[in-house]
Design a protein around this ligand. Sequence first.
Ligand SMILES: C[S@@+](CC[C@H](N)C(=O)[O-])C[C@H]1O[C@@H](n2cnc3c(N)ncnc32)[C@H](O)[C@@H]1O
Ligand code: SF4
Length: 360
Amino acid sequence: MIGLYIHIPFCRQKCFYCDFLSVRYDIDLADKYIDSLIKHSQKFKSRKISSMYIGGGTPSVLSSKQIQKLLTFLSNIFNLSKIKEFTFELNPESVSKEKLIILKEFGVNRLSIGLQSVEDKYLKYLGRIHDLKTFCICYDNVKHEGFDNVNIDLIYGLPNQTIDDWESVLKKILLFNSDHLSLYPLSVEKNTIFYKNGIVADGKLQSKMYEKSVEILEHAEYVHYEISNWAKKNKEALHNTNYWRNLEYIGLGASACGYLKKNRYKNIENIEKYINFIENGIDCTIENVYIDEKLYTAETIMLGLRLLREGLSVKCFNSPQNKLTLLECLKERTLIQEKDRIKLAKKYIFIFNQIVSKFM
Ligand SMILES: C[S@@+](CC[C@H](N)C(=O)[O-])C[C@H]1O[C@@H](n2cnc3c(N)ncnc32)[C@H](O)[C@@H]1O
Ligand code: SF4
């Protein structure tokens, strides 16, 4: 049983902060890309899939016909009989009833909607092409079609955003009562319009906003199960949780990453080259890193500590060096032990990087 991630690198327009691989949607290029995805999938034919995630870019920008074709082939190529979670990412402006019905028909049981902000002025500032009203219509349609596991993505710490502004965003988002919330601090990445415009994120303010989120969402009965993720009871994202459990997954599509047989890989980032390589039977991976025992342990600790409630087994801290570091962290209470699980103390989430670096 294994996870499957598929990257759809098309969007209607590039957002000013986004560094993920995506180009403007073009129907012909997307047709060719889907054919390549289908061909690439054959390499993993009949693998039993436990969770699938179609992300981007903007998967919902594909036409109904393209979505139908992709899902038809995927369900023929992979063994989806035991799939527990099938997520599809949506952008508010490119959702239609027709697309939602197709997704439902093919077993998609979780949707992730990129909203980013509830204020139209900020949506504009971020380079988003939807407004809050478009999101509301999209959300109504999603609920009307019977989807009962829906995530909303938001970004906080935008320039000029105050803590009060963020608190008001959170209060508004609670009105939608979504099953899951992913909250990300704005990160200004190279090759983005924000970076070129010299926008700087205020880390200190973002920490305070994060603290506010923890407080407000706890009162709203969301389980804070991962550093950036909150879920209603039993609505934790399984596919992503398996990344944090350091389990294997297949990555299909340009720029997608995968982790198979102790090898972490990344596919070529150029869409035309990806299509060309796949069509000509050339290996499309550009990075392959062998994960030896030492690296595996370091990654397992780094990822597992992100799971705030689940933590990781004490057995992962096996080497004398890690045992010593663990004792030190338990003593200073940055990590806590509950039965055989080691967890990050909530109070120290802000210095997560500092804590995990001790095990690297
Ligand atoms: C890969 S994006 C794709 C989602 C979808 N296309 C959308 O834009 O709504 C996944 C999420 O990452 C977050 N994200 C992307 N770039 C970010 C950045 N520079 N800083 C913080 N969050 C970011 C956004 O919340 C976004 O919804
Ligand atoms: S944030 Fe989403 S919609 Fe915007 S450019 Fe990135 S992937 Fe596309």
